[in-house]
Ligand binder design. Structure first.
Ligand code: ATP
Length: 320
């Protein structure tokens, strides 16, 4: 048996970062939005069969449990698959182990990840793979647990994993893991402008802390602008474009100054709003329509303002 799940990348329409907590995480309030840029996770129980033919051997990882031979086998491919470790550090392996433990069984399965989401890009691709693994193995192993039963497992794997399980648009609070769905009045069109090289999320948060310390700034409790939620519900794209907000943006721009050029180029091309996605370095631009997205993407590429620019839509949800 084989099960495939496509899980969307996330962008943050608003990301408000509050004080650093005792557990080392920042208190956040964010509006997550899934967009149609996907990783696909395929799981099967044919652990003994050959690796998929499109996979070079260096992306093959076999890990055995103490009992021997019952661990998952992971392969990674796709446009953003190279260089990503297919070992126990991979979030998909952590997810399969966590689900197997919760279900009281061995994590025996063959896993293949087709990475369409750039790595370390502020798009939560690792979280998408963890969520896809939970959803796919839930079906492969015949658990058929409701998503509500998978959410606490997702929460332990990472702050963005619970949202990746459900997708759509949602306010996230705490570390971003407590979710409240947000209705959106129409499909939104975006351009996702990717960079050549990723940014480390912890580095960006550290830079923000340093900026705030230098300014002796007390960080207030984070809150999302209620007018953004109203504009989303109405599908009022011009207002949404003006309300995109990211407290990590200044820190990401300090670490990667060239992103200011990317944002300028997108705005000059007529985007309704542009922002660094999460911890960056990906920039996202809200546009009027699919045709507008193609024009803005072409202008960004022609200006040499990013490594690649892709038109996408949101909200997007995981699908089997
Ligand atoms: P974060 O989720 O930490 O905010 P991000 O969204 O910017 O990060 P990801 O692509 O999720 O970026 O990668 C973050 C880190 O997770 C990288 O260091 C990467 O090596 C590691 N990682 C582990 N498993 C995966 C995976 N399956 N896909 C992508 N990255 C993974």
């Amino acid at each position: 048996m084989q099960v495939s799940v496509r899980v969307p990348a996330k962008i943050n329409l608003a990301l408000r970062v509050g004080p650093l907590r005792d557990d080392g995480f920042h208190e956040l309030t964010t509006v997550f939005h899934g967009v149609s840029l996907y990783d696909e996770v395929t799981v099967s129980d044919e652990v003994g069969s050959d690796q998929p033919s499109d996979q070079p051997p260096d992306h093959l990882s076999r890990r055995f449990t103490d009992e021997g031979g019952d661990g998952p086998l992971l392969t990674i491919g796709g446009p953003h698959g190279s260089g990503l470790a297919a070992d126990a550090s991979n979030l998909a392996i952590r997810a399969i182990d966590a689900l197997a433990k919760a279900a009281g069984r061995t994590p025996r399965a063959r896993l293949h990840i087709h990475k369409g989401i750039p790595v370390s890009a502020g798009l939560a691709g690792g979280s998408a793979d963890a969520a896809g693994t939970l959803l796919a193995c839930n079906q492969l192993w015949g658990l058929d647990w409701p998503v509500a039963r998978l959410l606490p497992i997702a929460q332990k794997l990472g702050s963005d994993v619970p949202f990746a399980l459900v997708g759509g648009t949602a306010v996230g609070v705490g570390r971003g893991e407590q979710l409240d769905p947000v209705p959106v009045g129409r499909d939104l069109h975006w351009v996702v402008a990717a960079a050549d090289e990723g940014l480390s999320t912890p580095d960006v948060y550290r830079q923000l802390d340093a900026l705030r310390a230098a300014r002796e700034m007390e960080s207030a409790d984070p809150a999302v602008d209620a007018s953004l939620l109203t504009a989303l519900e109405r599908g009022d794209v011009r207002t949404i474009g003006g309300l995109l907000a990211n407290d990590l943006q200044e820190a990401a721009l300090e670490l990667r100054p060239v992103l200011a050029d990317t944002l300028r180029a997108g705005n000059a091309a007529g985007a309704l709003g542009g922002i660094v996605s999460g911890s960056g370095p990906t920039c996202v631009f809200l546009v009027e329509s699919a045709a507008h997205a193609r024009d803005v993407a072409a202008a960004l590429v022609a200006a040499g303002a990013c490594a690649s620019a892709e038109p996408v839509t949101g909200p997007a949800v995981p699908s089997f």
